[in-house]
Each structure stands twice: as C-alpha cells, then as structure tokens.
Design a protein around this ligand. Structure first.
Ligand code: ISL
Length: 531
C-alpha cells in the first residue's frame, strides 16, 4: 500500500503554531520545538502552510518568491533543519503549492507589468475587464498604471493569476516542484489547483457569487497542466492533495482516478456545508442524515479520499458540528468527531489544535478580524441590508480566523504560544483548553485522538473497508466498514438528548468509556463495535 494512505497528516499554519523568538508570530524554530508532541500524537506527515517570502495580503498565500523562506518564519537553514529533525522522527513534510497566482511583488509580475518581452504573458492582461468576481467578493480585474491594462485576480488584487496558456509558466512551476522535492519534501498540498486554466475571458453567466466560475473550474486545460506536473512528480516518491474549490464528484474522479493520477487525492467541501448555504456563510439546520448522505457519496464515489474536518479556512469542528455549551458536551463531542474522522476510509488530516478540541475564537466584532474574506463578506452582506447583529452572527461562526488563533499550549499568558504580543488574539478559553492540561489526562481529547490514530493504524478494515451507511435520522449517524468478512460498526449521536439506538457487537472503543451496550446512546456518544 502507498505510504501516504497509511499515515496521518497534520496541518501547521506556521504563524499561529509556535513562536520561538518572541515577535508574536509563529516560526520554523517553534515548529521544531514541538515535533515531540506531533510524534506522540502519531503524526506521519506535516502539511506546512506557506512559509515563503510574502507581503501577507492573504497571510502567505500571496507568494513573492517560491524558493525562499520569509524572514518572519526564519531562514532556509531553519527549513533544512526542520526537514532533518522531522525525518529523525519518521515524519515527512509536504509543502503548500500556491501556483494559481503569485504576489504582485513577485519579480515575474514586476517584469510582466513592465512589459518585459520574456514575462509580459506570464499573467492575464486585458484592455477591458469582464464581469467576473473574486472568491473575496470583489471585482476580479484591477487596472495597472504601469502596464496601462487590467490584470485578472480570482482572489485579492495583490494575487495576480498566472497565465497557464503560456508554456514558460508551466516550466517555471516545474522548477519550483523540483526545488522542494530535491530538498526532501514528500509532496504538496495544491492550493485551488482546479482553477489554473481559464478557457476564455468572455463575460460569464451572472451568479450571486463567483461569476466566471464556469470559465475556469476544472477545465480540460487544467487537466493538461496537471498532467505536465505529474510527469515531474512521478520522478519522486511523493504524493499530492489538491484543494479543489466547488468541485463535484465527477470532476473529483477525473482529477484523481487511479489511471491518470493528476492528483493523488482532493479536498472537497460538501461535508462541511450540510448546514450552510451560499459559500459557507449563511447557516441552516444541521441534520446527521444529510451528513451521512454526503459522506456516503464521497466515500463510495472516490477510490481514495482526503478526510478532513478542519483547516486554516474552516471554523473549528467542535464548534461547528459539536457542542461547546458545557465542558462534558465539549469533550464528548470533540471525541465523537475524532471517532468519525478516523473510522472513514482515506488519508486523515488533522489541523493544529483540533487534537485538543480548540474552539472558535471569542472575538466580539468584525473589527477584530484579520481575514480579508471575512471583512469582504461583511461589506457584501451590508449591501444586502443584513443587520449588523445578524452579519456578525454569520461571520463569527464561519470566519477563517476561527482556525487562526494561536495554538493553546498551556494556561499561561498567550497560551505558551509566544513571549511577545500574538499577531492575532489568543482565545480566553486557553486557561482550560490547552496541551499541558491534556497531555497526561487519559480522559482528554488529546488522549482520545492518540487512541483513535493508533486504532486506525492497526485496522485495515477502518483504513480500506467499504463504507456502508446504515441507521439514519436527523440526530444519529451510523455506518459499517467492511473488508472481506471483517465488519466494524460505528454509531454517533449528534444531539444533546439520549436517543434509543439498538446496537450489537463487541465494543472496541467509545468516547464515554462504557463497558456494555444498552440500546440507548447518551448525548454526543460515539461507539465503535466489532460486528
Ligand atoms: O474556504 C474556502 C472555501 O469554502 C474559501 O474561503 C477559500 O478561499 C478557498 O477555498 C480557497 O482557499 C485557498 O486559496 C486562497 C487562500 O486564501 C486560502 O487560504 C487557501 O486555502 C487563495 O490562495
């Protein structure tokens, strides 16, 4: 079996993980200081969000030099040290490949806007804008005074889109792939990798959000570019996971089917939006039935899945699908969600802090937010005359900043993240929710994550078994994993009430430590049984 199917991937958002030099921003030396905890957790791969030189218009997803380390995170020697220290612990590292766009401060863009013949077609320029808009709810074209033309950007205006109709651009990115693979990277998480190739620049069908999407989402041109990258990747023992925005199942299959393997796996979004509408911000009622239907679709639709419930763009899963209204419900629902994650088939991804049940932040207004997407969503909702209180309720629940508050290492000031002033506020609940309080507590969320990761590692049924949905209603979610004759049953109560549910089998693990089955599920109880 491929090693990347066996291992658990842990995502580090470096600016919020661990600060070693007291400037309030996490850094590479800080990561090295915490590798022991990651080893203890059972991590086999680190996905490192961008640490490259960047002016930070989009927190590092606007890169000005792909083959560098931004001084705020340290030096290339620090990065080499991280590769070797991680390797000593048998932890591989995949880098974040953000190549749909660069920063407008990248030398390629500086030369392109200056009409340098070698670079003038590295980006997408036009004499007049079309009607497309961005993922950040703004116009997708900005007029450049130097060039005297408009340039396309599907995200921030400081993130100009590269032109993948230009073979030189593809060759440049192949060099970036080789640079990091030669340094020891074990692959890449590929940012918005399904929107690289724009069919044409004509006006598109008007949409409430993302007008222009049909012009660039998973186009045949994108497949061809990915095939070119695959030729380089196949020279190395590595894997790729594509972040594929708005992807549907048919597109996902075409991107990561076993034959073409343009990508080894992809992140899709449906399972995190069963209680959301209009691009994740507008809430609707959660139903376990809906979540099970979506999981069934993707578990049985793809040959191999990337299983995740958090990342640097998503709200904290225990606040989203769990219950933080009281300590016992918080603990139990965090463990229930871990039970879900590690009994699904696919490579599990854990986001920093998820393993200790970190919750959404406790900010009180949009003015406290750092994230450009959240601030622009507030502006857009204001245009629709949504009242401030309701705007904040929606944005506070879905903002990407929920995942970006510093990791809570202990109960000291700034949660042990920094000796300086943290770049983004530390959640006040770090006094009770932190690594130090959980490391040696057998009942902690952290200990349960370690147990579930160990359980998965030892079970081919959980890793590779078929996913068979069973009991479904709006509160209880249950399924069977089957591999040959072996079957494991999983049942979860996504509600604060006791629920009747007949369960047979021999208990393997539960988040309540029960020793026998009783036909009733306690609030947020999860049970895994051998059938
Ligand atoms: O989370 C999202 C989908 O619901 C969007 O907020 C997100 O912007 C989109 O998925 C693309 O995300 C990636 O590309 C962006 C960057 O801001 C995100 O952090 C990154 O994950 C542009 O590089």
């Amino acid at each position: 079996m491929e090693w990347w199917k066996e291992r658990v991937v842990y995502q580090i958002y470096p600016r919020s993980f661990m600060d070693s030099d007291g400037d309030g921003i996490g850094d590479i030396r800080g990561i090295i200081s915490r590798l022991g905890d990651l080893k203890d957790l059972g991590v086999g791969v680190i996905w490192l969000s961008p640490v490259y030189r960047s002016p930070d218009a989009d927190n590092g997803y606007d890169i000005s030099d792909y083959c560098s380390i931004d001084p705020k995170f340290g030096t290339m020697d620090d990065m080499d040290a991280l590769f070797s220290e991680a390797a000593k612990r048998d932890i591989k590292i995949i880098m974040d490949l953000v190549v749909n766009h660069t920063s407008d401060e990248h030398e390629w863009f500086v030369k392109s806007r200056a009409n340098d013949p070698e670079y003038r077609d590295y980006y997408i320029w036009s004499d007049k804008p079309n009607n497309w808009d961005t993922f950040f709810m703004e116009d997708a074209w900005t007029f450049d005074e130097v060039r005297g033309q408009y340039y396309l950007h599907l995200f921030h205006s400081k993130q100009p889109d590269l032109n993948y109709k230009n073979p030189k651009v593809i060759e440049e990115i192949k060099k970036v792939l080789r640079f990091w693979l030669d340094k020891g990277a074990a692959g890449f998480r590929c940012d918005v990798i399904n929107v690289l190739y724009k069919k044409d620049l004509d006006d598109a069908k008007q949409r409430l959000v993302l007008t222009g999407l049909e012009k660039y989402k998973t186009t045949w041109g994108c497949h061809n570019v990915l095939k070119e990258f695959r030729a380089v990747l196949d020279e190395y023992d590595c894997f790729t996971v594509g972040e594929t925005v708005m992807v549907d199942l048919a597109e996902a299959k075409s991107l990561c089917d076993a034959e073409r393997r343009e990508l080894n796996m992809i992140f899709h979004f449906d399972h995190l939006e069963v209680d959301r509408r209009i691009a994740k911000y507008i809430p609707k009622k959660f139903k376990a039935r809906k979540l099970l239907e979506v999981l069934d679709k993707w578990q049985n639709g793809l040959e191999w899945d990337a299983v995740y419930f958090e990342n640097h763009d998503q709200s904290r899963i225990v606040s989203h699908y769990g219950d933080t209204s009281e300590p016992e419900f918080w603990r139990r629902s965090a463990k229930m969600l871990a039970t879900l994650e590690f009994t699904l088939s696919g490579t599990p991804f854990v986001y920093q802090g998820q393993e200790i049940g970190m919750t959404n932040f406790d900010f009180t207004s949009v003015e406290q937010l750092d994230d450009v997407e959240s601030r622009n969503m507030d502006k857009m909702l204001k245009k629709f005359h949504i009242p401030k209180k309701l705007r904040w309720k929606w944005i506070g629940a879905a903002s990407r900043d929920n995942a970006r508050t510093p990791v809570q290492w202990d109960a000291s000031a700034n949660a042990g993240f920094t000796s300086g002033t943290p770049w983004l506020g530390v959640n006040a609940n770090h006094k009770t929710i932190n690594y130090a309080a959980q490391r040696n507590d057998p009942e902690s969320v952290l200990s349960y994550y370690k147990s579930m990761i160990k359980l998965r590692a030892g079970s081919d049924v959980l890793k590779y078994g078929d996913f068979i949905p069973s009991l479904i209603d709006d509160r209880v979610l249950a399924y069977v994993k089957r591999l040959g004759e072996k079957k494991i049953g999983v049942v979860m109560n996504f509600s604060a009430e006791r629920v009747k549910a007949r369960i047979d089998g021999e208990i393997i693990i539960s988040n309540t430590g029960r020793s026998k089955l009783s036909g009733t599920l306690w609030p947020y109880e999860a049970i895994v049984v051998k059938l």
